[in-house]
Design a protein around this ligand. Sequence first.
Ligand SMILES: [Fe+2]
Ligand SMILES: [Fe+2]
Length: 269
Amino acid sequence: MSTLKVLMIGDLVGPAGVKMFEKHIASLKKQYKADVIIVNGENSADNGRGITPTIADHLFDIGVNVITTGNHIWAQSKIFGYIVTQPNLLRPANYPSKCPGSGSTIISVGSYKVGVINLQGRVFMREYLDDPFRVIDSLLTYMKTQTDIIFVDFHAETTAETAGIGLFLDGRVSAVVGTHTHVQTADARVLPGGTAFMTDLGMGGSLNSMIGMKKDIMLHHLRTQMPVRFEVDLEPPYVMSGACIDVDTQTGQSLKIEPIRIVDNQGLF
Ligand SMILES: [Fe+2]
Ligand SMILES: [Fe+2]
Protein backbone atom coordinates (compact mmCIF):
# COMPACT_ATOMS: atom_id res chain seq x y z
CA MET A 1 0.00 0.00 0.00
CA SER A 2 1.27 3.43 -0.74
CA THR A 3 0.23 6.62 0.93
CA LEU A 4 -0.29 10.06 -0.52
CA LYS A 5 0.18 12.95 1.90
CA VAL A 6 -1.76 16.12 1.31
CA LEU A 7 -1.39 19.45 3.09
CA MET A 8 -4.53 21.59 3.20
CA ILE A 9 -4.10 25.14 4.48
CA GLY A 10 -6.96 27.47 5.47
CA ASP A 11 -7.71 30.99 4.23
CA LEU A 12 -4.56 33.15 3.91
CA VAL A 13 -5.55 36.67 4.93
CA GLY A 14 -3.69 39.49 3.18
CA PRO A 15 0.09 39.94 3.18
CA ALA A 16 0.37 38.52 6.72
CA GLY A 17 -1.18 35.23 5.60
CA VAL A 18 0.78 35.07 2.35
CA LYS A 19 4.10 35.84 4.08
CA MET A 20 3.45 33.23 6.79
CA PHE A 21 2.80 30.71 4.04
CA GLU A 22 5.99 31.72 2.16
CA LYS A 23 8.04 31.43 5.32
CA HIS A 24 6.81 28.06 6.54
CA ILE A 25 5.56 26.01 3.58
CA ALA A 26 8.93 24.50 2.60
CA SER A 27 9.66 23.19 6.09
CA LEU A 28 6.06 21.98 6.52
CA LYS A 29 6.28 20.12 3.22
CA LYS A 30 9.49 18.48 4.35
CA GLN A 31 8.23 17.69 7.85
CA TYR A 32 5.06 16.01 6.59
CA LYS A 33 6.66 14.62 3.39
CA ALA A 34 3.74 16.20 1.57
CA ASP A 35 3.02 15.23 -2.03
CA VAL A 36 0.28 17.81 -2.63
CA ILE A 37 -0.43 21.30 -1.27
CA ILE A 38 -3.93 22.80 -1.41
CA VAL A 39 -4.49 26.29 -0.01
CA ASN A 40 -7.54 28.52 0.29
CA GLY A 41 -6.63 31.88 -1.26
CA GLU A 42 -9.93 33.78 -1.13
CA ASN A 43 -8.50 36.48 1.18
CA SER A 44 -4.92 36.57 -0.08
CA ALA A 45 -5.13 39.93 -1.91
CA ASP A 46 -3.42 42.86 -0.18
CA ASN A 47 -6.72 44.18 1.22
CA GLY A 48 -7.86 40.72 2.35
CA ARG A 49 -10.57 40.45 -0.28
CA GLY A 50 -10.20 38.03 -3.16
CA ILE A 51 -7.06 36.98 -4.96
CA THR A 52 -5.08 38.60 -7.77
CA PRO A 53 -3.40 36.86 -10.73
CA THR A 54 0.00 37.94 -9.33
CA ILE A 55 -0.65 36.32 -5.95
CA ALA A 56 -2.11 33.18 -7.50
CA ASP A 57 0.95 32.83 -9.77
CA HIS A 58 3.21 33.39 -6.76
CA LEU A 59 1.45 30.68 -4.71
CA PHE A 60 1.75 28.23 -7.61
CA ASP A 61 5.45 29.18 -8.01
CA ILE A 62 6.23 28.32 -4.40
CA GLY A 63 4.69 24.87 -4.57
CA VAL A 64 0.91 25.10 -4.34
CA ASN A 65 -0.89 22.54 -6.52
CA VAL A 66 -4.46 23.83 -6.20
CA ILE A 67 -5.91 27.08 -4.84
CA THR A 68 -9.47 26.94 -3.53
CA THR A 69 -11.57 30.00 -2.74
CA GLY A 70 -15.03 30.99 -1.57
CA ASN A 71 -17.39 33.93 -1.32
CA HIS A 72 -14.64 36.54 -1.91
CA ILE A 73 -13.55 35.01 -5.23
CA TRP A 74 -14.79 37.92 -7.38
CA ALA A 75 -13.48 40.76 -5.18
CA GLN A 76 -10.53 41.48 -7.52
CA SER A 77 -11.80 41.95 -11.08
CA LYS A 78 -8.47 40.95 -12.67
CA ILE A 79 -9.23 37.38 -11.59
CA PHE A 80 -12.26 37.10 -13.93
CA GLY A 81 -10.05 36.55 -16.99
CA TYR A 82 -7.24 34.76 -15.18
CA ILE A 83 -9.41 32.00 -13.67
CA VAL A 84 -10.44 30.87 -17.15
CA THR A 85 -6.77 30.28 -18.03
CA GLN A 86 -5.76 28.57 -14.78
CA PRO A 87 -7.70 25.34 -14.12
CA ASN A 88 -6.10 24.85 -10.68
CA LEU A 89 -7.56 28.06 -9.26
CA LEU A 90 -11.06 27.02 -8.22
CA ARG A 91 -14.22 28.95 -7.43
CA PRO A 92 -17.07 27.16 -5.62
CA ALA A 93 -18.65 24.59 -7.94
CA ASN A 94 -22.21 25.53 -6.94
CA TYR A 95 -21.91 29.11 -8.26
CA PRO A 96 -24.07 29.74 -11.33
CA SER A 97 -22.69 27.79 -14.29
CA LYS A 98 -22.23 30.99 -16.32
CA CYS A 99 -19.56 32.21 -13.85
CA PRO A 100 -16.04 32.01 -15.21
CA GLY A 101 -13.77 29.26 -13.96
CA SER A 102 -14.50 25.85 -12.52
CA GLY A 103 -15.22 24.35 -9.13
CA SER A 104 -13.18 21.20 -9.62
CA THR A 105 -9.94 19.98 -11.10
CA ILE A 106 -7.97 16.78 -11.47
CA ILE A 107 -4.19 17.01 -11.17
CA SER A 108 -1.51 14.39 -11.77
CA VAL A 109 0.80 13.59 -8.87
CA GLY A 110 3.37 11.04 -9.95
CA SER A 111 1.28 8.19 -11.31
CA TYR A 112 -1.84 9.21 -9.37
CA LYS A 113 -4.76 11.42 -10.26
CA VAL A 114 -5.96 13.69 -7.47
CA GLY A 115 -9.33 15.42 -7.65
CA VAL A 116 -10.08 18.65 -5.82
CA ILE A 117 -13.57 20.11 -5.43
CA ASN A 118 -14.49 23.51 -3.97
CA LEU A 119 -18.07 24.08 -2.77
CA GLN A 120 -19.74 26.85 -0.79
CA GLY A 121 -22.36 26.45 1.91
CA ARG A 122 -25.69 28.29 1.82
CA VAL A 123 -26.58 28.78 5.49
CA PHE A 124 -25.95 32.42 6.56
CA MET A 125 -24.13 33.15 3.29
CA ARG A 126 -25.24 36.05 1.05
CA GLU A 127 -24.97 34.38 -2.33
CA TYR A 128 -27.92 32.45 -3.79
CA LEU A 129 -26.24 29.22 -4.81
CA ASP A 130 -27.15 25.81 -6.14
CA ASP A 131 -27.65 22.99 -3.64
CA PRO A 132 -24.10 21.85 -2.76
CA PHE A 133 -25.31 18.29 -2.03
CA ARG A 134 -26.86 17.93 -5.49
CA VAL A 135 -23.94 19.65 -7.23
CA ILE A 136 -21.29 17.40 -5.69
CA ASP A 137 -23.37 14.30 -6.37
CA SER A 138 -23.28 15.07 -10.06
CA LEU A 139 -19.60 16.14 -10.03
CA LEU A 140 -18.63 12.87 -8.37
CA THR A 141 -20.43 10.87 -11.03
CA TYR A 142 -17.70 11.97 -13.44
CA MET A 143 -14.76 12.38 -11.07
CA LYS A 144 -15.10 8.86 -9.59
CA THR A 145 -14.57 7.44 -13.08
CA GLN A 146 -11.14 9.13 -13.03
CA THR A 147 -9.93 8.72 -9.44
CA ASP A 148 -10.95 7.80 -5.90
CA ILE A 149 -8.47 10.28 -4.39
CA ILE A 150 -10.65 13.35 -3.94
CA PHE A 151 -10.38 16.39 -1.63
CA VAL A 152 -13.26 18.74 -0.89
CA ASP A 153 -12.96 22.29 0.48
CA PHE A 154 -16.43 23.20 1.79
CA HIS A 155 -16.49 26.96 2.33
CA ALA A 156 -19.24 27.55 4.86
CA GLU A 157 -20.35 29.56 7.87
CA THR A 158 -22.10 27.00 10.07
CA THR A 159 -20.58 23.93 11.65
CA ALA A 160 -23.75 21.90 11.13
CA GLU A 161 -23.84 22.43 7.36
CA THR A 162 -20.18 21.39 7.09
CA ALA A 163 -20.83 18.31 9.22
CA GLY A 164 -23.75 17.50 6.92
CA ILE A 165 -21.56 17.60 3.80
CA GLY A 166 -18.85 15.57 5.54
CA LEU A 167 -21.22 12.82 6.61
CA PHE A 168 -23.06 12.90 3.26
CA LEU A 169 -19.76 12.28 1.44
CA ASP A 170 -18.27 9.81 3.94
CA GLY A 171 -16.84 6.87 2.04
CA ARG A 172 -17.03 8.62 -1.34
CA VAL A 173 -14.15 11.13 -1.07
CA SER A 174 -10.79 11.15 0.71
CA ALA A 175 -11.40 14.29 2.74
CA VAL A 176 -13.90 17.03 3.48
CA VAL A 177 -12.49 20.09 5.22
CA GLY A 178 -14.17 23.40 5.94
CA THR A 179 -12.89 26.92 5.36
CA HIS A 180 -14.35 30.46 5.70
CA THR A 181 -14.75 30.93 9.47
CA HIS A 182 -10.97 31.45 9.85
CA VAL A 183 -11.17 29.65 13.20
CA GLN A 184 -9.60 26.20 13.45
CA THR A 185 -11.81 23.52 14.97
CA ALA A 186 -10.61 20.68 17.22
CA ASP A 187 -12.63 17.89 15.60
CA ALA A 188 -10.27 16.44 12.98
CA ARG A 189 -10.97 12.73 12.55
CA VAL A 190 -11.46 10.01 9.99
CA LEU A 191 -15.19 9.27 9.62
CA PRO A 192 -16.42 5.63 9.69
CA GLY A 193 -16.41 5.32 5.88
CA GLY A 194 -12.81 6.51 5.56
CA THR A 195 -13.27 10.21 4.79
CA ALA A 196 -11.00 12.57 6.73
CA PHE A 197 -13.02 15.44 8.17
CA MET A 198 -12.38 18.73 9.91
CA THR A 199 -15.03 21.43 10.31
CA ASP A 200 -12.61 24.33 9.68
CA LEU A 201 -8.92 24.45 8.85
CA GLY A 202 -8.51 27.95 10.32
CA MET A 203 -6.56 30.80 8.77
CA GLY A 204 -3.15 32.30 8.05
CA GLY A 205 -2.62 35.85 9.27
CA SER A 206 -2.28 38.03 12.33
CA LEU A 207 -3.15 35.95 15.40
CA ASN A 208 -4.69 38.63 17.61
CA SER A 209 -6.82 40.10 14.86
CA MET A 210 -10.50 39.54 14.21
CA ILE A 211 -10.39 36.82 11.53
CA GLY A 212 -7.32 38.52 10.05
CA MET A 213 -8.61 42.11 10.16
CA LYS A 214 -7.62 44.97 12.50
CA LYS A 215 -9.66 44.59 15.65
CA ASP A 216 -10.25 48.29 16.36
CA ILE A 217 -12.09 48.84 13.08
CA MET A 218 -14.17 45.68 13.45
CA LEU A 219 -14.99 46.46 17.08
CA HIS A 220 -16.13 49.96 16.06
CA HIS A 221 -18.40 48.38 13.48
CA LEU A 222 -19.78 45.81 15.92
CA ARG A 223 -20.42 48.42 18.61
CA THR A 224 -21.91 51.16 16.41
CA GLN A 225 -23.17 49.36 13.27
CA MET A 226 -21.61 52.25 11.34
CA PRO A 227 -20.14 51.40 7.93
CA VAL A 228 -16.38 50.88 8.01
CA ARG A 229 -13.65 49.69 5.68
CA PHE A 230 -11.96 46.62 7.14
CA GLU A 231 -8.16 46.57 7.02
CA VAL A 232 -5.83 43.57 7.13
CA ASP A 233 -3.92 43.30 10.41
CA LEU A 234 -0.16 43.02 9.80
CA GLU A 235 0.98 42.84 13.43
CA PRO A 236 2.76 39.83 14.95
CA PRO A 237 2.32 37.20 16.25
CA TYR A 238 1.08 35.31 13.21
CA VAL A 239 -0.70 32.01 12.75
CA MET A 240 -1.00 29.54 9.89
CA SER A 241 -3.32 26.57 10.13
CA GLY A 242 -4.57 23.57 8.28
CA ALA A 243 -4.16 19.81 8.29
CA CYS A 244 -2.13 16.99 6.79
CA ILE A 245 -4.11 14.06 5.43
CA ASP A 246 -2.69 10.60 4.63
CA VAL A 247 -4.57 8.75 1.92
CA ASP A 248 -4.34 5.11 0.87
CA THR A 249 -3.82 5.43 -2.90
CA GLN A 250 -5.47 2.05 -3.60
CA THR A 251 -8.82 2.90 -2.04
CA GLY A 252 -8.82 6.71 -1.78
CA GLN A 253 -9.71 6.31 1.90
CA SER A 254 -7.90 8.36 4.50
CA LEU A 255 -5.71 6.74 7.11
CA LYS A 256 -5.07 9.81 9.21
CA ILE A 257 -5.73 13.53 9.55
CA GLU A 258 -3.45 15.67 11.67
CA PRO A 259 -4.25 19.31 12.42
CA ILE A 260 -1.47 21.86 11.83
CA ARG A 261 -1.16 25.18 13.64
CA ILE A 262 2.02 27.25 13.54
CA VAL A 263 2.40 30.41 15.62
CA ASP A 264 5.28 32.74 14.76
CA ASN A 265 6.22 35.64 17.04
CA GLN A 266 8.73 37.21 14.69
CA GLY A 267 7.87 40.22 12.56
CA LEU A 268 7.28 39.52 8.87
CA PHE A 269 7.44 43.11 7.62
FE1 LIG B 1 -12.04 33.62 4.23
FE1 LIG C 1 -15.16 33.17 2.97
